[in-house]
Write a protein that binds this ligand. Structure first.
Ligand SMILES: NC(=O)c1ccc[n+]([C@@H]2O[C@H](COP(=O)([O-])OP(=O)(O)OC[C@H]3O[C@@H](n4cnc5c(N)ncnc54)[C@H](O)[C@@H]3O)[C@@H](O)[C@H]2O)c1
Length: 341
């Protein structure tokens, strides 16, 4: 089988591409390397890379040749980035998705798996969040991902393409880099490695459903491989933890942490999040297997690798921050030692 992975140089997309290659498939990756990186690109005869923008219809059509499965991940990712650049967010997330859908229709693709986001829901009204929870996004990012999802499902119905949208909750794991728009786990881990204070926005009692990228890969492959399965599905761990609780877990995993500071809540951040994953389990057998303790250990081990530390030093040179090669080791601190400024 030949698969196209848009955004395949990024965190989740590169993990999907790797898993496809490991299973013997051929993979075409289309990515503009705006937030992904060349080091994530796989080598080998069954992997092809097209360095292009997903809004470029000619390149997307070329990438689609002979493809049976499309995993569409290329996106401008994150609430904060979308608040800073709302027009770019829509151009990439909505118009870029339409280019992929148009090309997939023309090429007669069998299945499209679109990476959507729990950001489409906005503030939690019921717990856990089922697929039929009201969709009232709090950020341009949530709105653009919702629009992309609706376009994809409409295309699927109109043209008979099997289309699945996977609404990820907070994904973490190897290859997730630290940058100004990063998620909380990479931010905390790389701040800790640099011995910098950790900043919690709000009181830290807000909760998140963290799902390991290995489980997100599993969801993508199972959804693609499930004949006749279409629709939108939540993909999370089905568990939640407060940000204060996450910091406690990290303190254990990293054998200590720098002080923690508290700052005012950020615009566009929801208070709570927890996925109901029953529908994905019923439709295509999705079953998260990597718990937070094992997943954090896996991520921290990756973040401490020398090549990763050096890559982040390169990011620093480009203005994303810096990482020092030495590993952060410190004895456990008690909560009373934490800074609450
Ligand atoms: N990481 C999460 O927690 C999370 C949560 C919910 C949804 N998602 C979704 O999962 C997908 C992958 O996210 P990620 O966390 O791997 O982010 P990422 O930034 O690592 O990956 C996105 C990739 O898309 C590429 N890209 C961006 N704009 C492009 C363009 N115009 N043309 C071609 N390529 C472009 C980037 O270079 C990058 O490689 C996205 O669709 C995102 O919305 C992620």
């Amino acid at each position: 089988m030949r698969a196209l992975v848009t955004g395949g140089a990024g965190f989740i997309g590169s993990n999907i591409a790797l898993a496809l290659l490991e299973r013997g498939h051929s993979v075409v990756i289309l990515d503009d390397l705006s937030s992904g990186c060349a080091a994530n690109l796989p080598a080998g005869a069954r992997a092809r890379f097209i360095h292009a923008d997903v809004r470029d219809s000619r390149c997307v059509r070329e990438a689609m040749e002979g493809v049976s499965w499309v995993f569409h991940l290329a996106a401008s990712v994150g609430n904060k980035r979308s608040i800073d650049h709302p027009v770019r967010d829509v151009e990439i997330n909505v118009l870029g998705t339409l280019q992929v859908l148009e090309a997939a229709r023309a090429a007669g693709v069998r299945k499209i798996v679109v990476s959507s986001s729990a950001a489409i829901f906005g503030e939690l009204k019921t717990l856990p969040i089922r697929e039929d929870h009201p969709v009232e996004p709090d950020s341009p990012y949530g709105a653009s991902k919702l629009c992309a999802e609706k376009e994809a499902l409409a295309f699927g119905k109109l043209y008979g393409i099997e289309t699945v949208c996977l609404r990820y909750f907070n994904v973490y794991g190897p290859r997730q880099r630290f940058d100004a728009y990063g998620n909380v786990i990479p931010i905390f881990v790389f701040q800790a490695l640099r011995e910098e204070p950790l900043t919690i926005f709000g009181d830290g009692e807000q909760t998140r459903d963290f799902v390991h990228v290995g489980d997100v890969v599993q969801a993508n492959l199972k959804a693609a491989d499930a004949p006749g399965v279409c629709g939108a599905f939540n993909i999370g761990s089905g568990t939640r933890i407060s940000i204060n609780g996450l910091v406690d877990r990290l303190r254990t995993t990293m054998d200590g942490l720098p002080p923690v500071r508290y700052a005012p809540p950020r615009r566009g951040d929801v208070r709570d999040s927890l996925a109901d994953i029953t529908a994905a389990h019923t439709a295509f057998g999705f079953q998260p297997r990597i718990g937070l303790t094992a997943g954090l250990a896996d991520y921290v081990a990756w973040a401490r690798r020398e090549d990763v530390v050096l890559a982040h030093q390169g990011d620093h040179a480009r203005g994303f921050g810096h990482a020092r090669p030495q590993m952060f080791q410190r004895s456990l601190r008690s909560d009373s030692e934490l800074s609450h400024s």
